[in-house]
Design a binder for this molecule. Sequence first.
Ligand code: NAD
Length: 493
Amino acid sequence: MATKRTPSFDSHNPATGEVAGTYPIMSAKQVSEIVAHARTASAQWQKLGFSARKKVLLSWSNVIINRIDQIAALISLETGKPVGDAKLEVSIAVGHIGWAARHAEEIMRTAYRAPGLLLSNMSATVQRSPLGVVGVIGPWNYPMFTPVGSITYALAAGNTVVFKPSEYTPGVGMWLEETFNEVAPFADVLTTITGLGETGGALCTSGVDKISFTGSTRTAKIVAAQCATTMTPVVLECGGKDPVIVAVDANLERAVDATIWSAMANAGQSCIGAERVYVDERVADKFVELAVQLAETIHAGAPGDGNYGPATMPSQIKVIQSHIKSAIKDGGRCAYGGPESVKPPFVQPVILLDVPEDSAAMREETFGPTIIINRVKSMREAIDLSNASSYGLGANVWSKRQGKKIAAELACGMVAINSTFSFAAVASVPFGGVKDSGYGRVHGPEGLLEYTYARTVVRTRFNVPLNLLSFKRKAKEEKLVITLTRWLKGRFG
Ligand code: NAD
């Protein structure tokens, strides 16, 4: 008798194209059953309290650190990134687990607010409650660091989590669930579901209490539309076109070193990776010279060979290729590499110069090991060009004296001054963007509060003769309130 086979998909080693694993494509029905289990578990997980949850999360981070070789090898297999990079990613993720576990209680502590003069007989408080079940949808480029930035904060706040990893990195997603379950006090606190986009779509409409999405802007819009049908709130962490501003007083060696790394590491597949540089024309030649010198020393190759790996997602190669070509067609020049640097699945470093601002290469996320260097006459011009983008994720500023001033004018969610990527590793600060880069935040207190809702409780401490919210209210009481309002000019607090 023929049995109905569960549909499945393969994940691949992007360096060789070999199959790395086969995983089920979960149906909407399976997703909704898993979410129902997660909902049952959420009451118990909440009841455990902060210190018991902290213990579980810290035990999980110990398991991860003790098995860093195993998980780093798996990340490297599924993404093609060097094992050393994968280990760094794991370390930063572990830092976030520890921070969220240790700070959740203090961040969610009931806040006492001033009730104001007219209501001074009241106590006004704001309690924070977990949402229930949080759905996390992740990308493949940092398959551990990125989802952990949502998963851990949601768990620490008292929610259970259903996690849908990218179809390019399902093995890492399953590993997270398996290791968590080794320390979990009971089942269904963190569950990984596997599948393609439709499985993610099913999670959006499954009745979870929030979706925390990280991925492309294109998918984010679909996710937000799907979530709207069930009034499911969303956090959207999307793409970027991060600028680097180099002032005349920048330490050029350090600026070049960090910028080339930011643009090329992970094969350029970093949402906060440098994509365009605006350098003061007085130091531009030197900056380009140093950048080319550095690019000559790095190359793409399989893990163990290259400084960075292949393009994880084969279809991205076409985007990278078209951006290099359009940059040249639109009037840009190659300072290092060019169209010939694209040798699928690898892309060798490419440095482009003087690319017009309206070129697709300047406007759209390239997500490859390429960098465009444009010269500017002033920091004002650099700021305006940086802001004239549909994206607003991160930015880097290199200057000894003007860093803070320039940062304050940038229309983006995060700025690194005289460093790159640093804000992603500082667990206490929020991570996220504006405009096409998304909304909502992960990491830090703001990120943790995304997975909670505010419950306002206002309590009468003692009764006063003035009772305005009553049909027994007298005309002279109304008069008194108007007089007070006039006198205090709204300063009731
Ligand atoms: P993607 O949008 O293709 O996929 C992201 C996830 O969404 C995957 O798990 C995918 O299966 C799922 N998905 C696809 N269609 C869906 C649908 N209809 N409903 C629900 N889920 C669906 O993105 P990607 O290629 O995996 O990741 C790369 C992108 O992510 C880049 O644009 C990068 O800049 C961005 N990114 C952003 C951040 C950030 O924090 N801002 C971090 C990492 C990556």
